[in-house]
Write a protein that binds this ligand. Sequence first.
Ligand code: MN3
Length: 391
Amino acid sequence: MIKNEISNENGLKRRIALLGSTGSMGTQALQVIDQFPDLFEIELLSTYSNSDLIIQQALKYKPNVVVVINDNHYEKVKTGLAKEDCKVFSGTQSLVECMTMNSIDMVLSCIVGIAGLAPAYAAIENKIPIALANKETLVVAGELMMKKSNEKRAPIIPVDSEHSAIFQCLIGEQGNAVDKIILTASGGPFRGKRVAELEKVTSEQALNHPNWNMGNKITIDSATLMNKGLEAIEAKWLFNMEIDKIEVIVHPQSIIHSLVQFTDGSIKAQLGLPDMKLPIQYALTFPTRIFSDFPRFSFTDYPAFTFENPDLQSFPCLPLAYYASKEGGSKPCVLNAANEVAVDKFLNGKIKFTDIPKIVEEALMKIPFSKPENIEEYLEVDKETRKLILC
Ligand code: MN3
């Protein structure tokens, strides 16, 4: 019965294109899929450059297509899968073209950064529902993505834990007005630190997140609170809210994944242990809930939930994201591009932690405002911003 509810109309397995399968989110998604071999099959896998892992994954999951974004790793993957009945392509454009395959029932995008934008847009254009873990897609081009999603009736189902929580809180509330959305933040590894202390923190310290097991880029974003800023913008588009009605509250235990306050003052929350496999599974099986043997949350293990306001002086990335969102147009795209470059520089030891917001702010001031109207124009703004910072 459950199988029929979540499978496609032919009663077959749901065929998944997993974009970014070798990253932290991608490998966790495969762990979820491993639990339900009767429900899902992998149609496509893609990686940026992790050739060894994608070969292993392709041998196990037998996708029809594998895409390697970075050309330098194509030959190795091609050779590694020579005996398999599997097409191997390289480059972003190939991945975009694959999003027209009729054999894909759902795209699960775990790509990191703006690289996820063009493939996600192509999938929506081809009426394929997306489970979206790639928040940058909505940060950069949320208006365009949501318009296309409505026009093509291809839903975007959030995988980000906060947005999955809000999505779950809103079920059954159609037509009821929302007062505000409350996004919870763990506060990251540097919660409570002042600017002077943040000057000296290293990337090793920043990568040591207290609650969540995530990739490098998002872990640094969590440390700067840029992640929460990006998530506020993501929520604005997903749930059609004004940015000022999205409030951030620091909740260091990361058990309440987010909340919605309705017009009567009532608040709904979604809770659970901090494990990305839960929102991944919900997005894949929505609207059905399927049994999982994930560890259960116990209130007695967490006798106190605490809350505090975010420290906007020490973590200026959060107000910068709100600023960019209010300005609109190209600003969120500039914010995102500058942040991607700055995080990369910090991870490579080239700048200080506290330089990240400075670089983002400078880019927001220097790149002239524009109103991109299509994906190409957004990608142009992205390129222009990277060029400004790198030279
Ligand atoms: Mn999140």
